[in-house]
Design a protein around this ligand. Structure first.
Ligand code: B12
Ligand code: SF4
Length: 271
């Protein structure tokens, strides 16, 4: 089975961390590893925004996806890309008959939006709300026939049961131990051609501000050894920007100092 995962970036070129995480977790499953080919592509958002205006740009994006002949396409939706992806999905369904389209990402992680999309956009098959690592692995297993049951048995998948009924899967299971997610920086699957690398040292936020989407995520930390190893690799390959994407930098002073001290020591040795 072939899966094409697509993300967008705004300015600096980078390879999506979310998609690398969900690919890593899917391929970690021994059964899936044997029969899955997953390609990740990140496009500048300008490409997609031009879709409606320029048939040429449109064709170039489609060509790469069509040539890959995916069975499933996963689109990573943020506030800046949802409209464009919904647009693109209509064409993908026409050019790749039978392809299943799965949406994920923060912009589709709320039920009213997920329901509106499934009601109004026939090209979309499934929406995964919240963290994607476990629900993505499970839905792929089911679609491949490697797991019995039905889509409704997998928490976290919102889908169209019939032309009039949409099932709200709510939020799916999350990993308690986020170190179980393979690091794309340590296993060499990230693109060295990127200008910017995203790095997560923990998930969620210790503060619980009611208006913020971060506050509903459970707080979990990556192991310090892993963080230091990732920094080591990224500094060695002279990554121009390492973007720390944590909700707040420094809620834990000791961890903060460990990270900063490592960066200072490592970079001063290299000068
Ligand atoms: C890096 C970043 C940026 C970068 C750009 C990134 C890029 N692609 O070019 C910069 C700094 C430019 C940026 C800008 C903005 N950003 Co920003 N940014 C982020 C940040 C810090 C990291 C994203 C990330 O990689 N996370 C790590 C991965 C692991 O998590 P994830 O992306 O959520 O992915 C998980 C799930 O969502 C899901 N998933 C994701 N994709 C898919 C796809 C499939 C198929 C599946 C199944 C699952 C799935 O599984 C993943 C693993 O669990 C997030 C906050 C955060 N920490 O997440 C905000 C965030 C994405 N940004 C946000 C916002 C609002 C903005 C701005 C609009 C802010 C502003 N007012 O200017 C601007 C955009 C400006 C514009 N021009 O449009 C919001 C988006 C909210 C939304 N509904 O989309 C976020 C969530 C922050 C927040 N909590 O408010 N941003
Ligand atoms: S990220 Fe900021 S706004 Fe959101 S819960 Fe944490 S402290 Fe509050």
């Amino acid at each position: 089975m072939k899966i094409f995962l697509l993300d967008t970036y705004i300015s600096l070129t980078h390879s999506s961390l979310g998609l690398q995480y969900i690919r890593g977790c899917a391929l970690q499953d021994k059964e899936l590893n044997k029969c899955l080919e997953i390609k990740i592509q990140s496009l500048p958002i300008k490409f997609l925004t031009n879709i409606t205006n320029s048939k040429f740009i449109h064709a170039r994006i489609l060509e790469e996806i069509i040539d890959f002949r995916p069975d499933i396409i996963g689109l990573s939706c943020y506030v800046w890309s949802l409209k464009e992806f919904l647009n693109l999905s209509q064409f993908l369904k026409v050019y790749i008959p039978g392809v299943k389209i799965i949406l994920g990402g923060p912009e589709v992680s709320f039920f009213p939006i997920a329901k509106e999309i499934l009601t109004g956009v026939p090209g979309i098959d499934f929406i995964i709300m919240g963290e994607g690592e476990i629900p993505f692995q499970k839905i792929i297993k089911l679609l491949l026939g490697k797991q019995t049951g039905s889509i409704a048995d997998i928490p976290g998948i919102t889908f169209r049961k019939s032309s009039t009924e949409i099932v709200d899967g709510g939020y799916g299971e999350i990993l308690d131990n986020i170190d179980d997610i393979p690091s794309p920086y340590l296993n060499g699957t990230f693109s060295l051609a990127s200008e910017c690398i995203l790095m997560e040292t923990y998930r969620g936020c210790l503060n619980k501000c009611s208006y913020c989407s971060w506050s509903v995520k459970k707080h979990r930390r990556f192991n310090m050894k892993r963080i230091i190893s990732e920094l080591d690799v990224l500094i060695d390959c002279e990554m121009p920007f390492i973007y720390l994407i944590d909700s707040v930098f420094g809620p834990n002073r000791k961890r903060c100092e460990q990270i900063l001290n490592f960066i200072i020591q490592k970079t001063s040795r290299q000068r």
